[in-house]
Design a protein. Sequence first.
Length: 476
Amino acid sequence: MSLAADAVIDVVIVGAGPTGLALGVDLARRGVDALVVEKADGLFPGSRGKGLQPRTMEVLEDLGVLDAILAAGGRYPVGMLWQDGKRVGEHRMFDADEVKEAAGDSAFTEPWMVPQWRTQQILFARLEELGGRVEFGREVVGLDQDEDDVSVRFASGPDLRARYVVAADGGRSAVRRTLGIGMTGDTVDPNPVLVSDVRITGLDRDNWHIFPPHGDSDGYLSICPLAGTEDFQLVAQFPEGTPVDLSLDGIRKVAAARSHLAPEDVTEVRWASEFRPRAALADRFRAGRVFLAGDAAHVHSPAGGQGLNTSVQDAYNLGWKLGAVLHGGAPAALLDTYEEERRPIADRMLGISTGVHRGEVRRGAATVQLGLGYRESSLTQETRTAAGAVRAGDRAPDATVGGVRLFEAFRGPHWTLVALGVEAPGLGVASVRIVQGSALEPYGEGLFLVRPDGYVGWAGDSATGLRGYVAGLGLR
C-alpha cells in the first residue's frame, strides 16, 4: 500500500515480534490505521520464547487466534534427568497442581508450548486477515515529534508521519536509544548461554531431556522437543568468558561432550543464538507520542517464561487505549494510564523471572499471570460498600451469566457491563454490551463495567457514578 507524502498514519509500530504483531492485530480490529515496520527482511526464525501462560492464552483467544495456537503447539513434556547415558529420574518443569489451582475459572490450566516463530506466523496471518500490514526491511534511524504527530526516519525508503509510535523493537531498541530513555538493571547470570533449534536423532520426543553439569568445567545442557515441529530446542550454558561456537560443528561438540549423543546425532542447526541472561526495566514507558512495549521496555531472563507473555499483555493494554483516543472519543489523558499500569507489572514480573532463574521461585501460581491487575490505577473505581472477592482493577473471571459465557461476551473491542442481582441501567452507549443475571461468586452482587482488555474498570452496588465514569472515557 503506497502512502501520500503528506499522509499521517494513526500508529506506526516498530518491530514485528509478538508484541508488535499482537498490537497490530488489536488496532486493526478497532479500525485503527496502523503500520508495522520491521528492520529485518522477514519474521524472526527462532524458537526463543516458547511458553504461553494461561493469561496470554486468554488474550490470544480474544484476538481471534486461539484455534491456530492450539493446533500449532502442545503441552510441556516431563523433564528427564540423564547421567552417564542413563535416565535417572523425572523433573517437573512446573507445579501442575499449583498452576491448576491458580487458573481457577480460566479455560487454560497450564502453559502451552508454541515456538516463538510459529506464534509470530499466526499473529502475522491474523493481521493480514484483518487488513493490517507489515513493511519489512525498514530500519528506524531517527524520530522527531511535536504536539500533533511523529516523523519517523528510516535508513532507506520514505519517512513516515504518525499520530503515535510504539517501540516494540526488542531489548536493544533503536527507538528507546533515540529517545534517550535509560534502562535500569543488571546481568542475572554472567555465564553465556547458547540457544538453538536443531534436528536430532537418538532422543525421544516424550521428554524434555536434561543433562546436569558434570563438574566445574562446563554447564548444563537441555534438549526440549518443540511441540508442533520436528525440531528440538537445545540450550547450553558455558562458564563466564567462554567463546560460544554457533556452528553445526560447535553445537555437535557440545552435545557429544555433555550427553550420550554422538556428534552426528545433531543433523541440522536451523537457528542459533547466544545471550547472557539479564533483567532490565526502562526508566519510562513513554516519551510524548512514543510508547515502549515488550522487550523495548523490559528484558527478562527466559527461565521464568514471562518475557513474551508480559510483552503481549503490554500490547493488549495499550491497544484499546490508542483506539479509544484515536477513534473512540476518549481524552488523550487515557494514554497516561499505560505506563501507570504496565510498568509496575513489568517490574514485578522481572523479579519473578530472576527468582525462577536463580531457583528462588517455583514455576506455578506466580508465573501464570492470572492474578495480575490494576487496583491502584487511576482508571479504577471501586464504589461498593461491601465488595466481593472480585474488585475493580481485577481480571474479570469467566462464568456463565444468564446462559452466556462471560468470556464470549467480553470478546471483541467493546466494553461490557455485567449486572448481577441488580437491574442494568440503560446507558445508551453502543460500545458497551450488557449482560444481566443473578448474583454469583466470585463477583457477588452489583454492577461491573469490564474494560476491553478484560479487567473490571468500575464496580458499584447501583448505577450511581457509572454514567460519570462512562462519560469521562468519552464512550458513545
